[in-house]
Ligand binder design. Sequence first.
Ligand code: PMP
Length: 425
Amino acid sequence: MFTADNVPRAAEDPLFGLMAAYKKDTFDKKVDLGIGAYRDDNAKPWVLPVVKKVGLVLLTAGVDVANSDIQADDLLRKDPDLNHEYLPIAGLAEFTTASQKLVLGADSPAVREKRVISIQTVSGTGAVHLGGAFLSKFLPQPTPAIYMSSPTWANHNQIFTNVRLPIKSYPYFSSETKMLDFEGMISTLSSAPKGSIILLHACAHNPTGVDPTQDQWMKIAEVVKAGSHFPFFDCAYQGFASGDLAKDAWAVRYFVEQGFELCVAQSYAKNFGLYGERAGAFHFVTAPGPDAQDTVSRIASQLAILQRSEISNPPAYGARIASMILNDENLFKEWERDLKTMSGRIIEMRKAFRDKLEEFQTPGTWNHITNQIGMFSFTGLTEKQVGILKEKWHIYMTKNGRISMAGLNTHNVAYVAESVSATVK
Ligand code: PMP
């Protein structure tokens, strides 16, 4: 019998604990390097100008715009048919089609040959979960393990454990070089049992900020193919990492060109700044062949059942915003400029942080700060140093020494570098 008394207390999510401690801190120079969301140079959340423009239109669903105090000039387009009805189970079709092209490339052989099934999800987390639930349901017995990088986004472990996939890991980060442990990764993937699932971060690896080079990706693809493994890409930072949408999707597109059957979990939280709107998609790409389209329709039917039982249908607002931008040439260009603003500021902060650390003659090497990419950087700071930075300097980061580059800005970068320098010395 179920009894509430038998439910043990779960450990607090370490990030939420960190956020609470930061909020309570009254020191005026405190710095939050834990956050996983973009901040502008004044440490404020940033609504992308292109999203603001489009979002305003959509917020007027059901509103008599002419008789409201909304400035009609601010509206890009008024859609009298807009309402709050349910989306279809698979989501907004124009959104999923555009999302497919965005990540795989408009000229992708898989798109051309209609070998992709795409379904709108509750952001990237929902896409990772849907993929996990789907694989768990249809994998042969005994269920192969999913191999994930060590370390990886903490939620990967929880999500795949929840859908009862056996979890294994492959080496990824070398604490010596603070770059990729390529040999370790290749060696583990080469000896993984045939038919394993290999979870890969498409770009801007979280939490390390370390990505394989294109040559390394080619070798990874070779090993994954030799082991008949199934690649599962988590793509949460396309365009946000380098500012170039194609470059950040290079690995996914390369694997598709190599004829893999694979899946992609896509998030629009970071690249559109749509964190709370939960816009994302799950794509399943079937291998080329005469049966590809039949496979696509069978998989689509099963994904629809899973989706129906879990969320019925996905949320509309964020997907409408993304869809309007993805499907309009001018808005798309504006979005690319916004992506450059975000990624450019982060890249500048990497340079400034490294320069300052070197200027203060901080012991150790700091080239990894600029070699790493995306939202996060694995600094190499020890748990003890992280503790000192928090207690003495009011600088907050996760215990593993990961910092969110978005938390740095022109006003605090020198203070953070000085504090790190003093702590390391
Ligand atoms: N995967 C990775 C690697 C991430 O870093 C994130 C965001 N922290 C996600 C997936 C999903 O985020 P969301 O559900 O907000 O789209």
